[in-house]
Design a protein around this ligand. Structure first.
Ligand SMILES: [Zn+2]
Length: 287
């Protein structure tokens, strides 16, 4: 399977960090699992790509973070989580909700997401003490919402372009991030804003040129390359832990009512089913 990739380098004389992400394969895998409508795929894909960018800065083996976009729109919350190994997963509350395109023909991501709410990032550097950053949504179109997050919550002006092109599948998905390094002047900030304005049609550029082609629009110099994918960390073993946490009495009451216990992982839309014999085995024989 094709991999999603994130490329990073420095541009503008070394005082601006550039990241280019091709998330096509990972967003396609998410769409396959969640059966997204086109507009849900776009809203999710943009959030997922930005979350992968955030995760690419995580340090430490056990560090992780989770992004929630809660705009009060009909699509519901968008939740994406990932870790320092770039194992990314996520879901949309109403994955099949559909909206007609906007007047300009683009998918109505802002209408799907809503803009009356917040973008929240909860990060854990591996010590188990989470840090939460929150900002108000600007438009629900996701890219500007992340720009606002970087500015207000991290005090780092960051120019963000995100795009997802959908037909029956994901044709191109990705992002461009330009962030002045600490100490860079106002001129670097202006450079980032001017450059990002050129990426209105980013998803088509990713589809045609890939991440390397987009990076080469900035520089021919060397760059770092990392791969990532849609990968959930749920398992039948973890699901069994959830069944055990019900306690013997409640678990067998459920078996009595439903005949089975289904544990659903929202993040990857996988259902783990435990029949009576499985539950008997989990709790031991004498039921
Ligand atoms: Zn899962």
């Amino acid at each position: 399977m094709q991999k999603s990739i994130i490329l990073k380098t420095l541009v503008h004389g070394g005082d601006v960090s550039l990241a280019v992400i091709d998330s096509t394969a990972a967003v396609q895998e998410a769409m396959r699992r969640h059966k997204f409508s086109a507009v849900a795929a776009a809203a999710f894909g943009r959030t997922f790509t930005a979350c992968a960018y955030l995760c690419s800065w995580l340090k430490g083996e056990n560090s992780s973070l989770a992004v929630t976009v809660n705009g009060g729109g009909p699509g519901g919350k968008i939740c994406v989580a990932g870790d320092s190994e770039l194992r990314m997963r996520g879901f949309v509350e109403n994955p099949q909700f559909s909206l007609p395109p906007r007047a300009d023909g683009k998918l109505d991501v802002g209408g799907f997401t809503g803009k009356d709410g917040t973008l929240t990032v909860v990060s854990d550097d591996g010590t188990g003490v989470p840090f939460t950053g929150t900002s108000r949504l600007v438009s629900g179109e996701i890219a500007e919402d992340f720009s606002a997050y970087f500015l207000t919550s991290e005090q780092r002006p960051t120019a963000v372009a995100l795009g997802v092109k959908v037909k029956d599948k994901i044709l191109g998905a990705g992002g461009v991030f330009l962030q002045p390094l600490p100490g860079a002047g106002e001129e670097a900030v202006s450079y980032c804003e001017e450059e990002i304005a050129k990426f209105g049609g980013l998803s088509s550029l990713i589809e045609e040129r890939g991440a390397e082609g987009v990076l080469k629009m900035f520089t021919d110099g060397p760059f770092d390359r990392r791969e990532f994918s849609f990968r959930c960390h749920c398992s039948r073993k973890r699901a069994a832990g959830a069944v055990l946490s019900l306690g013997r009495e409640d678990a067998f009451a459920l078996i009595g009512e439903e005949g089975r216990i289904a544990v659903h992982c929202h993040y990857c839309n996988t259902e783990y089913v435990f029949e009576k014999e499985d539950v008997v085995r989990l709790f031991g024989e004498e039921a």
